[in-house]
Design a protein around this ligand. Sequence first.
Ligand code: TYD
Ligand code: MG
Length: 434
Amino acid sequence: MRYRCESCGYSSPKWMGFCPGCGDPAPLVEAPAAPGRPGASRAARVTPLTEVGPDSARRLLTGIEEIDRVLGGGLVPGATVLLGGEPGVGKSTLLLQVAGVLAAAGSTVLMASAEESAAQVALRAGRLGLAYPGVLLAAERDVDAIIAAADRARPDLLVVDSVQTVAAAEVGGTPGGVAQVREAAARLVHFSKESGVPVVLVGHVTKDGSIAGPRLLEHAVDVVLYLEGDVERGLRVLRSLKNRFGATHQVGLFEMGDAGMRPVPDPSGWLVAGWKGDVPGSVVFPSVDGRRPLLVEVQALVSPHAVATPRRSVRGLEAARVHQVLAVLDRHARFRLGDRDVYVSVVGGLQVRDPGADLPVAIALVSSYLDRPLGPIAAWGEVGLTGEVRAVAYGDRRAGEAARLGVGVVVGPTGNGEDRIERALVRAGLPPAS
Ligand code: TYD
Ligand code: MG
């Protein structure tokens, strides 16, 4: 017999009147062993290394190229994939599309939804033109009931939407709480390993990360994917953060439309469509995301401020880096933006983590400050504290992607060379500060 804390899941062989794990003053409760767990009486199966074949032949392709690439070549039998993302970003839609494509090819997919009724899922599938009998729906909250249904149906894929809304019986705490999420996921991972049925768990994350979920499960699953992007509009980026069966840092791109998530084969063309470079404060940045070049538009607006403290608003970039660029512009290029309101954003709702964004941010800021348009130029480079501009990786790919979309003028350090922020601004066509 073990005893558990109902709020954090802390487990102890001894009963205690409070939880030493999280400090909860409520006493620990009896936690019977979960049914179906492997006992110590069973010996592990042992296989000589040379007799273990590759599993690549048994991979299940989802049929959606943007997903298969991120998965590193499809779903692996017995593997659990966690798909995280903010509510509304399109996780359920994307998985329903995967189910539809697989079912159209003759596979069966069990979609267990604790969030939506079967009628709601069916309505959406109908609208997406994906009503296939091979898509099996179960509106169910109890994780053991889901596992039992999957055990009977033996689908080619089990989807559980979402891991925060299913409940593991006999485990205390509310669904979505640490103990529940951890236990529900553990039972599903175990089912996947035993049966060979790949399992996809949907996990919601909120901006402040307050809901227990994806973060907690990253170590328990084989593959962690995140779907991110602007919920209102724009590109959705599917990323792999962990993949036991392939390379990480792969990205797949989608656009949410009337007919669900549409793959975007030419995201750069999509992102810079309509961009002319004839307004101040706009510059093209050929970013590299997971080795994939992606042209994005960096915009800046510098304006005299109206209130006592100047505003600083950064979207799609790391705020700390933008603040550093502002300080370097002040010190080394003598552009004093400290008393101005400053807004910087990446168009299209993308989150850019590429250090090469520093120079385009600097150029966009000065362009807005001086009210001078730049024309069609692309820029990249990492700006250091002493005003130097350093080369970043994949210079050739960046230049190639810019050229492919007709942006021929590039500003930034080439090769391993170094540049200075003052000189780079001049080469972008911006006059030095007086
Ligand atoms: P959803 O997949 O439910 O997001 P998640 O499961 O990540 O919470 O879908 C999110 C939004 O997408 C929802 O507000 C409705 C919208 N949507 C479309 O714009 N087009 C479509 O074809 C579908 C199915 C949904
Ligand atoms: Mg959903």
